[in-house]
Design a protein around this ligand. Structure first.
Ligand code: ADP
Length: 196
């Protein structure tokens, strides 16, 4: 059976770092909507130009654009063993669209693993990352706060959406990279057993 994971958590929770490890371990295709948008900005595509205006302010890129992008990326990997969705879905509408899209392919989300990190720590991590990441949205404290607020308002409902399906697994996101990776694997392996 395919393994389709959503790696969930607020900005700065460590999704990118942990995705690398999980992708290698479970042999999944990693799809980060943020990375795809940034690659499009760099390549100066139309999509990149549209996305940049929202990203620079710490706002979400509109659902229609994001959902179409994600579906076309999934379709590029017809023989994948599964996916790790990083930074998607970020709204209730994206979650519903993802469920319907996977269902149309006879597939589904196995579980959502959420990295839990408190706000103080997120603000500190993002400001620190801004010193080296070259990301305009990591530099300004007001934009960072906006991203955290957007997360609370728009993205938290996604956790409830999968919670209602019995697919939510919360993981403590404070600790070393290896410790957190270990916790994620335990949560994923448990979800996998119960899904089979
Ligand atoms: P982080 O989680 O650290 O904020 P991401 O790379 O996941 O970083 O996202 C950066 C920005 O890209 C977001 O603030 C948003 O503007 C845009 N973005 C990424 N994924 C989505 C999505 N699923 N829906 C809407 N906007 C998105």
């Amino acid at each position: 059976m395919e393994l389709n994971l959503i790696l969930f958590g607020p900005p700065g929770a460590g999704k990118g770092t942990q995705s690398e490890y999980l992708t290698a371990k479970y042999q999944l295709v990693h799809l980060s909507t943020g990375d795809i948008f940034r690659a499009n900005i760099k390549g100066e595509t139309d999509l990149g130009k549209q996305a940049k205006a929202f990203m620079d302010k710490g706002e979400l890129v509109p659902d229609s654009l994001t959902i179409a992008l994600l579906e076309s990326e999934v379709n590029k990997h017809a023989d994948a063993k599964g996916f790790i969705f990083d930074g998607f879905p970020r709204t209730q509408a994206q979650a519903t669209a993802l469920d319907q899209f996977l269902e149309s392919k006879g597939s589904s989300i196995t579980c959502l693993v959420a990295l839990e990190v408190e706000e103080e720590e997120l603000r500190a991590r993002l400001l620190n990352r801004g010193k080296t990441s070259g990301r305009p949205d990591d530099v300004n404290p007001e934009i960072i706060q906006n991203r955290i607020d957007v997360y609370q308002r728009e993205t938290c409902p996604v956790a409830d959406h999968y919670g209602a399906q019995g697919k939510y697994k919360g993981v403590n996101g404070i600790g070393s990279i290896e410790e957190i990776a270990q916790r994620l694997c335990e949560a994923i392996d448990a979800a996998r057993v119960s899904a089979n």
